[in-house]
Design a protein around this ligand. Structure first.
Ligand SMILES: [Ca+2]
Ligand SMILES: [Ca+2]
Ligand SMILES: [Ca+2]
Ligand SMILES: [Ca+2]
Length: 326
């Protein structure tokens, strides 16, 4: 904060200039040094419903999903949350997500699978539960959708219709399909958008801040957004930025400044940059962290300290680091 003292007609006028909105991260903090069994994938979500995002790993047959629970300033030692005895493959898929599929406040584990000769296709959900013995774990995976939703160009997970549960999007050559969650099952597939994708990344998040996920197309020379509307994602994409902006390591979207809309994050080899959403466009890129911050296993966004803004998480083989937004 700066105080300016100016001489005016009415005598001394003191103006206090508010600082610009926080434009930095903190410094990297080591949140875990213990083992974290993560063979197939790592995702983040609040599995125990305490407001702080946790990490979930997907593994091969009989290993189960391991969870690193956040206590707000560190991850506790890993816990096996089960679901490993699933098909002949273990609980994992072509795409793996953590999201609250049934809107009970606890994020669930999701596997989106293509069929194999011995395993079925579709969406499989292992709900986060507190069992009869008071143990928090994932329940037995259930097939919520028996159809082809594992996309040629991958899958996204977001709340498409703003009803509070997580929906699944499949990116295909000929269409963009939605598998919307409805309590304990998935509604029949519907076309949600034309088969459009970004040149550098295709993301889904609520960039406009109305509660419904938008489609974010990160191109080489700029970024386009299709706001979610009554027309699903069939409205023409709108240019939100004409500045090239994508990460050399990863491009992510999450609400990094806690103002209710999802911002764009570029994780580069030498720094982390952010373009904030204004709700109808992206502001100019800002250096968020002037150093390298990424994980050898995974780099993701999650509100691990539960203060409302998304933090960055770097998962390595032997440790996990967090770069908190502030
Ligand atoms: Ca939690
Ligand atoms: Ca749930
Ligand atoms: Ca924001
Ligand atoms: Ca945070």
């Amino acid at each position: 904060m700066r105080a300016l003292v100016m001489a005016g007609v009415a005598g001394l006028l003191t103006l206090t200039l508010a600082p610009p909105a926080a434009a930095t991260s903190g410094v990297p903090e080591q949140w875990s040094a213990g083992p974290f069994t993560a063979q197939v994938a790592v995702m983040a979500g609040d599995v125990d419903g305490d407001g702080k995002d946790d990490l979930v790993s997907y593994n091969t047959y009989l290993y189960g999903c391991y969870v690193l629970r956040s206590n707000g300033s560190a991850f506790q030692p890993q816990q096996n949350w089960g679901a490993g005895n699933f098909l002949s493959s273990g609980f994992n898929g072509n795409a793996n997500f953590v999201g609250d599929m049934d809107n009970d406040g606890r994020a669930d584990a999701v596997a989106v699978r293509r069929p194999t000769t011995s395993t079925p296709r579709g969406i499989f959900v292992a709900r986060s539960i507190v069992d009869y013995y008071g143990v928090e774990r994932f329940g037995t995976p259930k097939q919520w959708l028996d159809n082809t939703i594992a996309g040629d160009y991958g899958n996204l997970a977001a709340d498409l219709d703003g009803d509070g549960d997580t929906d699944i999007i499949g990116l295909f050559d000929v269409a963009t399909l939605a598998a919307r969650s409805e309590g304990g099952t998935t509604l029949p597939l519907v076309a949600w958008a034309p088969p459009i994708r970004g040149q550098k990344a295709t993301l889904a998040a609520d960039a406009t801040g109305d509660g419904k996920a938008d489609l974010i197309l990160v191109d080489a020379g700029g970024t386009r957004v299709v706001p979610g509307s009554a027309n699903r994602w069939f409205d023409p994409p709108v240019s939100w930025s004409a500045v090239p902006f994508h990460g050399s390591k990863k491009t992510l979207t999450a609400d990094i400044d806690a103002d209710g809309d999802a911002d764009l994050i570029a994780v580069n080899d030498t720094d982390v940059q952010v373009m904030r959403s204004t709700g109808s466009g992206y502001s100019a890129p800002e250096v968020w962290y002037a150093g390298s911050f990424s994980g050898t296993k995974e780099t993701l966004t999650a509100d691990v300290d539960g203060d409302g803004d998304a933090d960055l998480v770097a998962v390595n083989t032997g440790d996990v680091w967090v770069l908190r937004s502030q």
